[in-house]
Every structure is written in structure tokens, then in C-alpha cells.
Design a protein around this ligand. Structure first.
Ligand code: DC
Length: 241
């Protein structure tokens, strides 16, 4: 019997993955979703989608000042959602696929102030909770285990050295054709780390019951081995078929 088959028996749970920017949360969460046939929800993509909308509609200034009243009105009808499953999940705004547009450095440069607006957090939290009701979901973000799903059955908090994270993010962006310098990516990461952990509304923080995963020197495969062990122990799946 394969390990994978054992894990198919995992109960209907919510897996919350939080952590710093570019620790590889979404790649890890997508693989988990594929392996266990869970729904993957990328909370950062929702914040990025709202940010893209705000940029394209002139609701955020060059310095990051946000027209909150106008954004609040717009969010009443703003349809940002996911289509597809696991590693193929894509973010849409209405019928437009925005998966690529939300990953640019321009959006990354504005997303933290937008995500600090309480009304924006309410918008994203509502969407996530609605989708999470079905269970068998894996979500990644900054406050999933602390605020969005404080009762999630499995919480992971991901960390990695800033230099490793910046190199990974720069490589990823370059592989998608975006020209970026390592220094700009590192600066953006450090700024986001600071804003994300110091804002008033749901700051990035490790939940007391989260397990820390430092993947500075781990491959994705190493991480999958790690999580299989955690799940087997946590849900007493040893020896089950
Ligand atoms: O995971 P990401 O880099 O795509 O997230 C983009 C931004 O969204 C990040 O800088 C902080 C914000 N975010 C948040 O505040 N809370 C979440 N649950 C997820 C993301």
C-alpha cells in the first residue's frame, strides 16, 4: 500500500499555512492540495486581486495612499475568485484571468498597504470562510491560523532566510519573463515583512498551535516528506489502509 493511499484517508480538515513572503507557501500548498485532493485557496491572490483593481482604477497613489471609501464601494461588486484545482488553480476577476497580472512587482509594491485596510481584510476573510465551509481545504496567507480559521486542525508557519527567499522569488519572476534585480526583490520582501507584521489589522503572526517549518535548506520534495509524517502522526494514520 502506498503512502499516498494512506493519506487519502485523512479526515475533513482545514490546513492553514502562514508565513513570511516568498517562503514558498503557495507551491507547498498546491502540492498538498494535489496529493490529498483538497481545494487550494491562495489568500494572497485575493489581496493581490483587490490591489490590481485599485491600481487600474486609480484608487492607490504612487506613495501607497488608498482611496478607502471608493474601494469599499467597488468591493461590493468585485468578483475575484478561483477557477481550477490544486496546482492548476488560477485567479480571476470576473471573466478575466489575472493570475499573471497580480504577480508583478508593481502589484507586490502596493499590496501590503492595501492588505492593511480593514475593509479589504473583511472582503477577503468573507470569501475564504465561505469557501472553507466545505472543509478539505488548504489555504496559505499571513493570518489564516490566527484570524480566518483559528480552529483549523493543522497549522503550519513557514519561515526561511531572507536572502534565500529573495533569490527564489527573483528566479521565479525571471522565469516568467519579468526583468528584476535581486536587490529590488529583497527590498520589497523586507518592506512587506515589516508592514505585514506591524499592521494593526491581523498582523502576520504564528498561531500558538502552529508548527514551524524552516525550509531555507529544503526542497519541495523534502517538505512533502515532512508533512506526510506530520499528518500521519497528528491523525493517527500509521498502519491504516
Ligand atoms: O502571499 P503573497 O505574497 O501573494 O501575499 C501578498 C500580500 O498580501 C502580502 O504582502 C500580505 C498580504 N496578505 C495578508 O495580509 N494576509 C494574508 N492572509 C495573505 C496575504
Amino acid at each position: 500500500m502506498s503512502v499516498k493511499r494512506v493519506l487519502m484517508h485523512i479526515p475533513d480538515i482545514i490546513i492553514a499555512i502562514d508565513g513570511y513572503s516568498s517562503t514558498g507557501k503557495s507551491s507547498f500548498a498546491r502540492l498538498i492540495a494535489d496529493e490529498f485532493d483538497f481545494l487550494y485557496l491562495d489568500s494572497g491572490a485575493l489581496y493581490r486581486g483587490v490591489t490590481l483593481y485599485a491600481i487600474e482604477n486609480g484608487l492607490v497613489s504612487g506613495s501607497g495612499k488608498i482611496d478607502v471609501p471608493a474601494l469599499e464601494i467597488a468591493m461590493a461588486d468585485l468578483d475575484i475568485h478561483f477557477e481550477g484545482h490544486g496546482s492548476r488553480s488560477m485567479t480571476y476577476m470576473g471573466s478575466r484571468c489575472i493570475e499573471k497580472d497580480i504577480r508583478t512587482l508593481q502589484v507586490s509594491g502596493k499590496v501590503s498597504p492595501v492588505a492593511a485596510v480593514p475593509q479589504v481584510r473583511d472582503y477577503v476573510d468573507r470569501k475564504l470562510r465561505e469557501l472553507g465551509r466545505r472543509k478539505r481545504v488548504v489555504l496559505d496567507g499571513r493570518d489564516i491560523g490566527t484570524t480566518v480559521f483559528p480552529d483549523a486542525e493543522l497549522k503550519i508557519f513557514m519561515v526561511a532566510d531572507a536572502a534565500v527567499r529573495a533569490q527564489r522569488r527573483a528566479d521565479e519572476m525571471r522565469s516568467k519573463g519579468e526583468e528584476v534585480s535581486y536587490e529590488d526583490v529583497l527590498k520589497n520582501l523586507q518592506e512587506r515583512d515589516y508592514i505585514d507584521s506591524h499592521r494593526d489589522a491581523s498582523p502576520l503572526a504564528k498561531a500558538d498551535d502552529a508548527i514551524v517549518l524552516d525550509n531555507s535548506r529544503m526542497t519541495l520534495q523534502d517538505q512533502m516528506v515532512w508533512i506526510r509524517g506530520i499528518i500521519r502522526d497528528r491523525f493517527n494514520l500509521n498502519g491504516r489502509d
